[in-house]
Design a binder for this molecule. Sequence first.
Ligand SMILES: NC(=O)c1ccc[n+]([C@@H]2O[C@H](COP(=O)([O-])OP(=O)(O)OC[C@H]3O[C@@H](n4cnc5c(N)ncnc54)[C@H](OP(=O)(O)O)[C@@H]3O)[C@@H](O)[C@H]2O)c1
Length: 287
Amino acid sequence: MRILVTGANGQLGSEFRALTSQHSAEFIFCDVDEMDLSQESSMEQFLANTQSDLIIHCGAYTQVDGAEDQKELAFAINANAPAVIARHCANTGCRLIQVSTDYVFDGTGNMPISEEDRPNAQSVYGASKLEGEKQILSILDNAYIIRTSWVYSVYGKNFVKTMLRLGQERDELNVVVDQAGTPTYAADLAAAILKIVDQWPSNDQPGIYHYSNWGVLSWYDFAKTIFDLAGVKCHVNPISSSGFPVKAQRPAFSVLDKTKIASTFHLDIPYWRDSLKRCLEEIRKMK
Ligand SMILES: NC(=O)c1ccc[n+]([C@@H]2O[C@H](COP(=O)([O-])OP(=O)(O)OC[C@H]3O[C@@H](n4cnc5c(N)ncnc54)[C@H](OP(=O)(O)O)[C@@H]3O)[C@@H](O)[C@H]2O)c1
């Protein structure tokens, strides 16, 4: 099997790169230099020249606040590009796994969000990702859409690495306590996706799935635990999101219900704190 991974220099794409030696598939990796997701004609050309059996689409415009000012670009990359890829898949028989986000939901509930719950994006980023999902589902009936949340990794930019840096620079930090969710170690998500692919064709059940690590916490809990586990002496003050104004509205409660993906594909999803420990250990080794 030849697998094309987009967004290869991002967090999740890099975790796929790290897993290639443990997998029998042939991997092709691309990022903006090979295929600019905002340029439809160059995308079509690249896809036509790159034969693959499966595309794992990790490439995205992920600047949540930036998207409020760059709506057109966010929709080109997060909504139109998935449609271009889906059309390519429809024409060639290539399969598609699209990675999406908890930000397609408004997060006004207080129960884990299932695949049956109605999306209601509150930000341009969330709306653009939701439109990407809709485009794919209107073109393909065998695509997988995997929504995830609060992604971090040893690679790229993320909350864990930002906290480690700020924790060295400052004695105290304010972190929001009134937004709850669950982090996702990108290494776990990449491994889970490959485990799903490995079950094809005997267990191939396209559709929408939710994936994050297990557990429920606030950004404040997350920051405190990062510092505790990494031995960083920085005091964390809990603040409400009104004390930390940002351009894009975030869901207040975006814990994803993982029951469907775990039971359909027999996944052993790690608890968030255990995954965080593994990531911090990897970051320590890389220093
Ligand atoms: N990060 C999160 O917390 C989070 C949460 C939920 C869902 N997700 C979803 O999970 C997936 C993977 O996210 P991630 O955290 O790995 O994101 P990431 O680290 O930002 O990686 C995205 C990659 O896409 C690339 N990209 C941006 N614009 C592009 C363009 N015009 N053409 C080609 N490539 C382009 C980025 O390049 P540059 O870095 O050069 O821009 C980057 O390498 C995405 O679909 C995202 O929406 C992420």
